[in-house]
Design a binder for this molecule. Sequence first.
Ligand code: CMC
Length: 434
Amino acid sequence: MTTQTLQQTQSATLTYDGKSVTLPLVRGTEDEVAADIEKLRAQTGMITLDPGYGNTGACKSAITFIDGEKGILRYRGYPIEELAEKSNFLEVSWLLLHGELPTRAQLAEFTNEVTRHTLLHENFRRFFDALPKDAHPMPVCAAAVAALATFYQEPDSDSKLQETVVRLIAKMPTLAAYSYKHSIGQPFIYPRNGLDYSTNFLNMMFATPCDEYQVDPLLARALDLLLILHADHEQNCSTSTVRMVGSSQANLFASISAGISALWGPLHGGANQQVIEMLERIEAEGGDVQKFVDRAKDKKDNSRLMGFGHRVYKNYDPRAAVLKKSCTDVLSRLGIKSRQLEIAVKLEEIALRDDYFVSHKLYPNVDFYSGIIYKALGIPINMFTVMFAIGRMPGWIAQWLEMRSDPANRIGRPRQIYTGATKRGYVAIDQRGR
Ligand code: CMC
């Protein structure tokens, strides 16, 4: 395929079977270029094949920008490092949803709305009662979010959509905390309107009716930071799932529930749980970090260095850089000496000097250090991916809203290259051999 720069317009030419097709080029505001193949099949009969969609843009989006080569992440143009330092999760949520930072009045109103929608319908208790005590909280949360659609009907109608958005952001921490309380057999702790978003979540997780629980503001701030860093990441697996499900005009609750399920996988959000399990394993086996790095490089061995590598980042994930610092701050404030943090830092040092990791451009990603902070906050390991889901909620919703309002949006329906049997006649059962 050759690219021509014409005076005004730009196009790419694809030559196939002696015929040439001109593909218009689409440019983003940060100069990424795409060849628009929408008419390719109509003009040539050919489709493109791109397993894992590594080279396929599925939409235009104005929400999040990533430059994976340079390690840049921005929400609506604002660098993640600045938001992490100066903003809070609800302000970032508003930014993602509306495209601009809120005014003081807008933020106050949004915070008030979210605070007033945190309660779950009392009948929802029966939903938790129906589930086994040892259920993993991720499928519990996915099912609970889908079940919200049975309590709030027609969630996408013009009059209710804004309320649905607020409900999802408000109720997700309550659902998450209830799924934890259910798993340990403790009574649910109701949300408290006097607490901010992250403090309220920690209170619902760790307070009991028997004693007062004081949330350390430093820990609430550490959680808020984690939520900010997870709030959006453009067209990753779970977000693409949310868009794909929503493209059939399935409602917002159903689309988000599907996104939570996609996030659960160990190659995606589930990696944060796997990282801590990996660090625990290394510690239990005597702390031989080099041995583990060697295993992760060995193609005959199935183990990977969890929390390392990324489809888009071919440089240090900027979220991991923020979290590495936060990890040290939180642990020193709590006076915790973490053997697992020492192992993680050593792993990183060895991997970043190792030819295999250097040549494959494998760097720590957001999940590498997040688990150590969650652990310091007292969050149980099987809740780590749920924490990711709480953080990702505004991003999923913003992407879903953008998709729905895009006139170019069509139902998601990829094609395939069929590799099965060609046409053949039906064989009667007694003629098929034994
Ligand atoms: N350890 C060892 N080798 C790795 C790793 C790793 N963590 N990640 C990739 N590789 C190798 C892989 O074996 C392959 O090598 P080769 O080309 O020699 O066969 C090459 O790097 C490319 O790997 P890939 O699987 O084709 O890359 P991908 O873009 O499809 O996958 C990834 C990206 C994140 C799934 C992968 O890097 C991985 O499995 N990492 C560990 C899991 C993880 O930390 N996931 C969290 C991602 S960040 C949070 C999120 O947004 O979900």
